[in-house]
Design a protein around this ligand. Structure first.
Ligand code: GUN
Length: 297
């Protein structure tokens, strides 16, 4: 039997999220508050530069403040911490984002922990992650939050289903696991987490009703590894070298074409999760501005 696989495109979901933010931004403007984000980019990783540009463009489109601090790859941890301290004290910035990965001479955890919890719009500070686990979230990491919005928009259920998450990063896998297992919100799933030490990932992915893949390995998941009717969220954005003028193309962690006619629904790459990560960053920054100006409910 063949099914018409639904493409879970992120753009309409992101547009709906921006529309919902507009009255909140207008209310802040009425109090002379314009949500502001400081973006810190260290080094010249080309993928990071693309991500940062798409984030700052979204802030421009919404007529919000965003400023990018571009530091050389040789920046020391001490220099970066000094910049974070300065941004923590700067009231124009309600949120601070340190683009990852950082160069190897810098301890990422030390840097992430230096960001004031109230300005941690990426949701990577232990304060944000602890609140999430405690069931009292403030800033939910943008990609998992965006994934929940996609599931919500396309009415993909999570409750009482078996969700399999592949990848255990702080950026996606771990917060995703917490959100899906939660009793509140769009949770109530039974969650399995697979990672690089899982001996037979396919044995787990075949059991999934809902599959969230954030492994960073192009086309890790193929047709033989899933069951018919599965809902798939592909978080992978892998640059695969080719002969095109650009020299590469983007591939997800899932072989999307493999899944057509088999999966119930799948997010495309690009155009699936990516736009949502950016929209949730804007959303978290608006929330940060509301909290710091006393407007949050
Ligand atoms: N690198 C890859 N994804 C992310 C993200 O969501 N936030 C930051 N700061 N860095 C990233």
């Amino acid at each position: 039997m063949s099914v018409d696989t639904i493409l879970l495109k992120g753009k309409p979901v992101a547009e709906a999220a921006y529309e919902r933010l507009k009255p909140r931004i207008a209310a802040l403007r009425g109090r002379n508050v314009i949500p502001g984000l400081a973006v810190v980019l260290v080094g010249d990783d080309p993928a990071s530069a693309v991500y940062v540009r798409s984030k700052t463009r979204a802030f421009q489109n919404m007529e919000l403040v965003s400023e990018t601090y571009n530091l050389p790859a040789t920046t020391t941890e001490k220099e970066l911490l000094q910049l974070i301290d300065r941004l923590n004290d700067d009231e124009h910035f309600h949120g601070i984002l340190v683009q990852l990965p950082l160069p190897s001479q810098i301890n990422s955890q030390t840097v992430l922990e230096r960001v004031l919890p109230l300005k941690d719009v990426d949701g990577f500070h232990p304060d944000s992650l602890g609140r999430l686990l405690a069931g009292e979230p403030r800033y939910i990491p943008c990609t998992p939050q965006g994934i929940l919005e996609i599931l919500n928009h396309y009415e993909i259920p999570t409750a009482r289903r078996h969700a399999v998450v592949v990848g255990r990063s702080t950026i996606v896998g771990k917060p995703m696991m917490a959100l899906l297992a939660n009793k509140w919100g769009r949770g109530n799933a039974t969650v399995t987490v697979c990672h690089t030490s899982t001996p037979d990932i396919a044995a787990h992915t075949r059991q999934a009703d809902l599959l969230i893949i954030a492994s960073g390995q192009p086309h890790l998941v193929t047709r033989e590894m899933v069951s018919e009717g599965v809902d798939i969220v592909d978080v992978g954005v892998n640059r695969v070298p080719d002969d095109s003028p650009k020299g590469y193309h983007l591939e997800g962690d899932v072989a999307t074409d493999d899944m057509l006619g088999l999966a119930h629904a799948i997010t495309p790459v690009p155009g699936g999760v990516g736009p949502m990560t950016v929209a949730m960053l804007v959303s978290n920054t608006v929330l940060a501005a509301e909290i710091s100006s006393g407007a949050a409910s």
